[in-house]
Design a protein around this ligand. Sequence first.
Ligand SMILES: [Fe+2]
Ligand SMILES: [Fe+2]
Length: 358
Amino acid sequence: MTAAQMIATPDEAARKAKENTLLSPRFYTTDFAAMDRIDVSPIRAEWDTMMAEYEGDNNHDHFQRNEQFAKEVAEVFSQVSPELRKEFLEFLITSVTSEFSGCILYNEIQKNVTNPDIKALMRFMARDESRHAGFINSSLKDFGLGLDLGGLKRTKAYTYFKPKYIFYATYLSEKIGYARYITIFRQLEANPDKRFHPIFRWFERWCNDEFRHGESFALIMRTQPHLLRGANVLWIRFFLLAVYATMYVRDHTRPMLHEAMGLDSTEYDYKVFAITSEISKQVFPVSLDIDHPAFRAGMERLFQVQTRIDAAKARGGLVGKLQQAGWALAGAATFARLYLLPVKKHELPAQVRVAPAW
Ligand SMILES: [Fe+2]
Ligand SMILES: [Fe+2]
């Protein structure tokens, strides 16, 4: 999607949601038999506490819109510039797609396992994600851009991931989701005049769901300690970098969204990385050195490369294709250099769980 293209119809919104680019949220499927074999007995006490929290369902009445919501959409959001409106709607479409991606994955696992611990967990997480997706979708419907989630489920391509990749990737996306939502919430809590859409008011209680989902994957990974050492640490590094780089590039293509909230995209992203790195020490024995000048330069280079790729795509033709391939190689080389930077190492704590203290 180039800057000039506007999402104006439900078909365009659906196309955007169905995109399978490096940067777009994907739908996943996995090895259900392996999921069935997970044994949570080594962390039973922490597991049961977590399950009691899901059972308590403190957000059961949270995802409902009120009169105030409609009033703010009509009075505040209607005032924003067309450019900001476009970035915000794209943000909603990516968000609803990634919430729904979690919903589908958790629901598929739930249906295909008999292990009572995993089945119960997946049912609770699918419940939460379905509320999240539905809540965002109702904001898209305000603009006639609601997604047909059932249709998306049937027609979007699925990516198969081994369980361990699901654990690394989903753990990180839940925790980074928490860090993103809480950072936005705190910023707008301190600067209410910058809250241009009411949905941001819902982010605080919302992100506690994401935090808890991340905790669930942290506990699952701690039942399989081999996933957190040896050659698997190379995979952890890969997923950390892939998740951070995707977020950096995607956020920098939407500068207006952050600016409207009084945030600078780079500062916002590094704040989110810092929170995520701090939390992920609960389970990952390494974290990326996000303050290293070469790390920061590499992330910026990835964004520049993506801008060139988009320009080459827009140009089209043979020259456009060649340019696109050239920049894709440059992107891969930058990613490889970032991957080889030294990382920080940590001991894993005895207690797995951490509190959402941000
Ligand atoms: Fe969610
Ligand atoms: Fe989640």
